[in-house]
Design a protein around this ligand. Structure first.
Ligand code: SF4
Length: 477
């Protein structure tokens, strides 16, 4: 009898924090580099982690959902069912679903990301092959704490190493997008990226668990040095596009139908928002929440609660400070050799949104990051913004409604790119039109610069060989 027939207790009992010891841990692919380096980190800590193939099981994900779910929920469900069925086929009678743990993150807040694991549990319970697989989830509600997964003394180390690995994944992606449009030879940048990913995986697996960061960073710097040789300096600067939007869709190339390559094929240089951005946003918001709760406790003269909230506040601020420190170290090793776009600080993004009364971090979701990220791109002199999201995504629909009039006022070309797994015949035409506007924007921007007039919005001159974040926040509207 499968679990659905036995009841829905498993939705709360069989989803959560489990020990990873002696299990095969299946990690879904989101960003190729981030997921692969996360797997390397886990393996370094002795976990038998494996990266699942992706998108091959989409038909399964669609078969077991109604069509009202978010697209990433269908893709990830299809990935895990497909992997378990393949394992069963490979291992035959010795296959035991209980030997596997499926990893899935979740988030608190008003959108449906908190429900993926529950829906996945219900579907997996209804399938004989999959019903005994555990779902190990980490949640943004406790800043992705991994309590219970490994020995207690390893928790903080694993979490911090995972952050560094994901930041390095972001940087490898940015090196690829920075070099590919200016590559000397066809496929050279992609080959360098593949080599870099394999090298960084091995180094992180071997040295991440004992905080071997100097060695990891040295290897990264060596990779950045090699990347410089790929760039042909005689190629003219290409218009710069910023991608914002829903984290899974913008990072998962199969789901977004390889949008970055499509934009590049039309002459763009692209910078996608990072994964580390979200990982910084989570402790930033949790610290804010603890700060508000502490103020409330002080007003009530509840000193016990005040003490607890201050401890929570301090914990999240410390984590954030650590992450910023590591992030700076990672980016510095690369920007010494190759100029790549750096990540923005959360406080700066929030100030900009607050100053202009555009949106509030208090509302949560990814919307503040998409809106704030797009405005940051505007300030840094980008020539166009693409908002990438799954069909029906609530936070991204809000972002779109807010961004469209602001960017129109700023005369920065903007387009929504929405995905649900189907092929839209007019997408190419939309991108072509967008790229025409983007090329005009670049032309006007360069002409303004040559004539000595200050660009309308640009806070720094954006050179293809050197970017710097604006040093002072400026009002966007
Ligand atoms: S962010 Fe969008 S796609 Fe993701 S769970 Fe929320 S509504 Fe769904």
């Amino acid at each position: 009898m499968n679990r659905t027939m036995a009841g829905f207790d498993s939705v709360s009992n069989e989803v959560g924090k489990f020990s990873l010891a002696s299990k095969t841990v299946l990690v879904p692919e989101m960003s190729r580099s981030g997921s692969r380096l996360l797997v390397a980190t886990l393996r370094g800590f002795g976990v038998d982690a494996q990266l699942m193939g992706t998108y091959e099981g989409l038909h399964l994900g669609k078969r077991f959902t109604s069509g009202k779910e978010c697209f990433p929920c269908q893709v990830t469900l299809g990935d895990v069912i497909h992997r378990l069925e393949s394992e069963k086929e490979r291992l035959g009678d010795s296959f035991r679903a209980e030997n596997y743990l499926y990893c899935m993150a979740e988030a608190e807040g008003p959108c449906r990301f908190g429900m993926y694991t529950r829906l996945h549990r219900i579907v997996l319970d209804s399938l004989d092959t999959c019903s005994r697989v555990g779902i190990a989830s980490v949640t943004s509600a406790d800043s992705y704490s991994i309590g219970g997964a490994l020995h207690r003394r390893l928790h903080s180390r694993l979490r911090r190493t995972a952050f560094v690995a994901i930041a390095i994944g972001d940087v490898l992606d940015r090196m690829l997008w920075r070099t590919r449009p200016y590559g000397r030879g066809q496929g050279q940048a992609d080959a360098h990226y593949e080599h870099a990913l394999t090298t960084m995986s091995s180094v992180i697996e071997a040295h991440g668990w004992h905080k071997g960061f100097p060695r990891i960073l040295n290897t990264l710097e060596q990779i950045a040095r090699q990347a410089v040789d790929i760039v042909d300096p005689s190629v003219s600067p290409k218009p710069l596009i910023g991608i914002v939007g829903e984290i899974y869709l913008r990072s998962h190339t199969a789901s977004n139908q390889n949008l970055i390559r499509l934009l590049e094929s039309h002459g763009a240089e692209v910078v996608n928002a990072s994964l580390a951005e979200w990982l910084n946003y989570v402790p930033y918001r949790l610290a804010q929440k603890a700060g508000r709760n502490a103020a409330y406790a002080l007003g009530r003269r509840d000193f016990g609660s005040l003490y607890r909230q201050l401890r929570i506040w301090l914990h999240h601020r410390t984590e954030l400070a650590y992450q910023y420190l590591r992030l700076d170290q990672v980016y510095r090793r690369v920007t010494r050799h190759l100029s790549i776009q750096e990540d923005h600080r959360m406080g700066r993004v929030e100030r900009q949104l607050n100053d202009d009364r555009i949106f509030s971090f208090r509302l949560g979701t990814e919307a503040p990051l998409s809106i704030g990220g797009a405005l940051e791109c505007g300030l840094a002199g980008f020539d166009g913004i693409v908002n990438v999201f799954p069909f029906g995504c609530m936070p991204s629909t809000m972002s779109s409604a807010i961004l469209r009039p602001i960017l129109e006022q700023l005369q920065i070309p903007y387009v929504d790119s929405v995905y649900d797994g189907t092929v839209q015949p007019n997408r190419e035409a939309v991108i072509r039109t967008f790229m025409y506007q983007v090329a005009e924007h670049q032309e006007a921007r360069l002409a303004q610069r040559e004539s000595g007039r200050a660009p309308r919005l640009t806070a720094v001159n954006t050179e293809p060989t050197k970017w710097r974040s604006p040093t002072r926040p400026r009002r966007a509207v």
